[in-house]
Design a protein around this ligand. Structure first.
Ligand SMILES: [Zn+2]
Length: 217
């Protein structure tokens, strides 16, 4: 699998990913922010088989109609983020595929699997291929994705305990903003520390696993 990171020079510092088969031009896109020209500039000659959306927030989906026209590729998003009532943060997405936990998708000789991790949004998914995990806003280096309530954060923590906390530690994760650069071993160590030392009732917003971590984006 050939991986291309597409960094957006917008205020959100979004990062999209283009995954291409080693043997064919078949490719998958992960997340399409508004004004998706940085993606379009990088996909000429590729056969885009599918557009995967990690969740329904506008900064990950705002360019989807442009890309849908440009590529004719089907769009997939978590069932619980499909058809959401739109507002200033949420896009209404009418997908071709509603993703369920464990669904897999093929391109070329490659296979990518979805892992449902509700919390940041109800329908958030991570996507795993070999030793690469695309996390959207589920986790970033040093912290969880933003949550707006205690219930949302507790859901996020419980989801993480049952999913990313249990995966192989040598998997590298690629978040939907910024440059990434950590493995699940980093996350698992930080999260373990957080659970036994800092996790308190009522936490939400931007929650760091360990004090003193520096934001990378
Ligand atoms: Zn988000």
């Amino acid at each position: 699998m050939n991986l291309k990171k597409v960094f957006f020079n917008n205020s959100f510092k979004n990062t999209s990913y283009i995954l291409k088969s080693d043997l064919t031009n078949e490719s998958i896109l992960i997340d399409v922010p508004e004004d998706p020209s940085p993606i379009i500039d990088n996909i000429s000659g590729l056969d885009i088989k599918l557009i995967l959306l990690t969740h329904h927030h506008l900064d990950h989906t705002g360019g989807i109609n442009t890309l849908r026209k440009h590529t004719n590729a089907p769009i997939a998003i978590g069932k619980d983020d499909s058809g959401s009532e739109p507002d200033d943060r949420i896009a209404y997405i009418n997908p071709d595929i509603e993703i369920k936990n464990g669904d897999t998708f093929n391109f070329g000789e490659e296979k990518i699997s979805s892992i449902s991790v509700p919390g940041h949004t109800k329908g958030s998914n991570c996507f795993l291929i070999n030793k690469s995990l695309f996390t959207g806003d589920v986790i970033f280096p040093g912290r969880a994705g933003r949550t707006d309530s205690e219930e949302q954060f507790d859901l996020s923590v419980n989801s993480l305990k049952n999913t990313l906390y249990l995966l192989d530690e040598d998997i590298e994760f690629y978040p939907g903003h910024g440059k990434g650069g950590e493995t699940l071993k980093d996350f698992q160590n930080q999260f373990k520390y957080f659970l036994s030392n800092s996790y308190k009732k009522g936490m939400h917003g931007v929650v760091w696993w360990v004090d003193g971590y520096k934001e990378e984006w």
